[in-house]
Ligand binder design. Sequence first.
Ligand code: 5GP
Length: 187
Amino acid sequence: MNKKLYVLSGSSGVGKGTVLKGFLSKNPNFMLSISCTTRKPREGEIDGVNYFFLSQDDFKKCIDENKFLEWTTFAGNFYGTKKKYIKQCLEEGKDIILEIDTVGALNVKKQMPEAVLIFIAPPSFEELEQRLRGRHTEDEETIQKRLHEVRKELARGEKFDYKIVNDDLNITVSTLENVIRGEMQDA
Ligand code: 5GP
């Protein structure tokens, strides 16, 4: 059976990390894709497990050689997913899932139209706004910036293959399982 790459995205504060954790704990045959980064490992992080840690020079060389399926910069560091890594995982018959931002997901689709993009959406914009405000960690200006970003993310989410509204965690995880099961039967 042909394996597919599943790309999971969502706007910030939507709880996609929790959804993914719930999914992976019920589907241990699925592996999470490992990205490359130039940031330094945090305590306890292991090269080849959490990330492939690269030097800036090596990362830039890979960009020049067009080795990334997609890449981005975040807080002064480079992040990206290697084409060869995904290709190898799929050839080895692994079910692989990539958790990435919406821009990265759409870039993956450009290079790999067969990748399945799944967007985790908030029940409503208002609810997401409440969740962001409920954290009480950011000032109004930061919240407004984040909400502006969220609107852009929701618009990008419309271009995904599937949209799952995260209202109830268990239902979201089951829906994600159903989506993936359906795609696996199509493969
Ligand atoms: P952290 O440094 O906290 O592990 O990750 C910082 C950010 O980089 C997170 O938002 C994470 O989702 C994003 N990120 C990690 N790997 C990749 C990747 O391969 N591609 C893209 N576009 N973003 C990534």
